[in-house]
Design a protein around this ligand. Structure first.
Ligand SMILES: Cc1cc2nc3c(=O)[nH]c(=O)nc-3n(C[C@H](O)[C@H](O)[C@H](O)COP(=O)(O)OP(=O)(O)OC[C@H]3O[C@@H](n4cnc5c(N)ncnc54)[C@H](O)[C@@H]3O)c2cc1C
Length: 268
């Protein structure tokens, strides 16, 4: 149960509150903070960030800048964010949750089945905090906890595809992944200069499949079956109520291979 509620009016006050109450969590949309599944308790101390963090989406040079309080519904409705991020926001099945859940909260929660974290990593997005910019990939991998003020997403050069798979429309996902390919004209193999395969649902955090990425760029994976085998070798999901190790390995391999092939076709 929440027993202490703070609502700072500026960032300095928020920083003081956080240092005095290190166990307090930030309260944004509250879809995660106020949710208490069997294995987790509702936090006892919260710092409401609604007066100090903004919502809204704007273009800044070649980036799109998204306020950390921007809701997933606003992302799903936006015409200026990359199409893959817009699609990923729509993966959260209920409008009432999309209307509350924020992009900052999605990164801050760091769920392994997040729909946004893989695509933000694939798009090389950065989280701006009071201490500076942190790539979303590092924020998740290194377990950062800084307050995110906004998210900077470079407009993609190349192709980016997001995929998800779940037993039913509202069930938790067994696949949440994003693939991006960057291009440099003049290079062989579609001009490919880089690849990112960011995968949730198969480890405690979203991970990158770096060996698969290298094999894509070097042209060693010729067919969908080649990609499936490479993904299957690179992941090690745990069995749980959503599926066995074999099922999760199979479904992730097939669906991610499909995303890689669709990305390559988009460049052809
Ligand atoms: C039943 C249910 C199922 C869901 N399933 C999924 C799913 O499968 N995939 C998915 O992606 N989402 C899912 N969601 C949405 C989920 O709650 C998201 O993680 C949501 O975007 C969290 O945003 P929020 O604003 O509600 O965060 P809050 O609940 O307010 O906060 C969540 C966490 O983020 C931290 N935080 C909040 N804002 C910031 C910030 N600006 N900077 C740093 N840290 C911050 C908080 O300290 C807290 O630890 C589900 C939600 C529900 C209710």
């Amino acid at each position: 149960m929440i027993e202490k509620y703070y609502r700072p009016s500026d960032l300095r006050q928020a920083a003081v509150l956080k240092s005095e109450n290190p166990n307090a969590v930030y309260l944004a949309g509250g879809t995660q903070v106020n949710r208490a599944p069997a294995e987790r308790r509702i936090p006892e101390e919260v710092i409401d960030i609604r007066d100090i963090v903004s919502a809204g989406i704007k273009k800044e040079g070649t980036d799109v800048v998204i306020g950390a309080l921007t809701t997933l519904q606003d992302l799903a409705d936006s015409s200026i964010i990359p199409a893959a991020l817009k699609e990923a926001a729509g993966f959260i099945p209920t409008r009432s949750i999309r209307n509350q859940a924020s992009i900052g909260g999605n990164i801050g929660a760091g769920r392994p089945d997040s729909f946004l974290i893989p695509v933000l990593i694939a798009l090389a997005a950065e989280a701006r905090t009071a201490e500076g910019n942190i790539p979303v990939e590092d924020y998740i991998r290194d377990g950062h906890k800084e307050l995110i003020l906004d998210v900077h997403v470079p407009l993609p050069v190349g192709a980016c595809i997001v995929v998800k798979e779940s037993r039913s429309h509202v069930a938790l996902p067994v696949v949440s992944a994003a693939v991006s390919l960057t291009v440099d004209e003049g290079l062989p193999n579609y001009g490919l200069s880089g690849a990112c395969v960011a995968v949730g649902c198969v480890a405690a955090k979203t991970i990158r499949l770096t060996e698969v990425e290298q094999a894509i760029v070097s042209g060693n994976l010729k067919t969908g079956k080649d990609v499936e085998a490479a993904v299957s070798d690179a992941i090690n999901p745990k069995a749980d109520i959503l599926g066995s190790v074999e099922y999760k390995t199979h479904i992730n391999s097939v669906v991610i291979a499909d995303a890689v092939i669709r990305c390559l076709e988009a460049l052809a």
